[in-house]
Design a protein around this ligand. Sequence first.
Ligand code: SF4
Ligand code: SF4
Length: 446
Amino acid sequence: MGRAYSTIAFDPAKCDGCGDCMTACAQAKTGTDDIARSRIQIYGREGAPDKTFELALCRQCADPKCVTVCPAGALNKDGTTGVIGWDASKCVDCLLCTVGCAYAGIALDETAGHVSKCDTCDGNPACVPACPHGALKYVTTANIYNEVGDWEDLFAPGLAGCQGCNTELLMRHTLRRVGPDTVLATPPGCVPGMGSVGFNGTTGTKVPVFHPLLTNTAAMLAGIKRQYKRVGRDVQALAIAGDGGASDVGFQSLSGAAERGEQMLFMVVDNEGYMNTGMQRSSCTPYGAWTSTTPVGEASHGKTQDAKNLPLIMVNHRCAYVATASTAYMEDLYDKLDKAIAASKTGFAYLHVYSPCTTGWRFPSNLNMEVARKAVETNFVMLWEYTPQDGLHFTKSVDDPLPVTDYLKAMGRFRHLSPEQVEHIQKKVVENQKFVERMTEHAHVG
Ligand code: SF4
Ligand code: SF4
């Protein structure tokens, strides 16, 4: 993963072709209202059933073809800002760059007699606020990608996860942060299922990985960690388990290791079910959800019990560190990984990450982050952390949450819900919020 740069994003569904962005650009860059001189151009798509518009604009590409084809060295990508700059003193007006760019992002300004292109107005684009419909957005990159982009990806490329799988994203980021001096345990679930433990004598990870039973992950990993310690090696013991392998049949070994204060980081990838074996319900599956063992039909309408709140149960083990996280809030996740790794040097660290499952939750793969974010914005999922010293506190408070329907409607697994079932879920969300809020006031245990 390389360095990420800010860019201007375009939503054709919101654009009505008014051209205000072009006028604003022409004014900012040429001091005229001549939209032919604007560096952003909006075109009506010919023959489209609905009138839609397309954008010609420099994307400030990571691998810019215009730079490559320019024979005069007049174009150059700034390594700090990511903006591709044009140097008038070097340009020989050959127009090869206009052919090289697939986005028509650099074009001849006939009045000026040479090419011109977007420079993002030094990070303050004139076109974006000029759009009355919000069709343009200046997307600034999250610093986290620039901070960690050069760290080694310790999972092999091409793992066999479902399209848009959040778990793969989580695995890659977690091992990237935890680093190579790690022993990984991953019980049956999506993580080994997509090939991290390997097939036919190969492994999908660049760290030692083993595949315990669903029942004994924490116990086995504790033994391995102790043996390494005995021979004088300080390795990071890391478990990545699904919610089924942690909250149900694997809970006894998880609870035992936490109670003994074994020095490890136990991460639960909570996709709210046994997703890789046929989408069966687990005790972390939410009320009302369709799964293959809580079907929807005349006689049943999804799961009839509320989800077990595993992270709160782990707080009651007085672990060295417990937190909930989401890949929709990556800075928060990395911060928690840092703290969990530090805590696992002295005791048991537990990280519970909500992991939307495109296949089992029944939503299109491109909506993964949207689903993850909506879970937090509705308080269906709350992000908090706990240490025995500081108690429990929210790391992202949502004081004015969206209605839970905003989250539920994004997924097919809740499509059948009756108004009464939705009401039940909303009531539980409020109840959970109040419960955790009370814990933030009283959970300091010293
Ligand atoms: S027009 Fe100028 S910037 Fe474009 S390829 Fe030719 S020399 Fe390079
Ligand atoms: S960012 Fe500035 S230069 Fe680029 S299209 Fe918008 S107004 Fe024009």
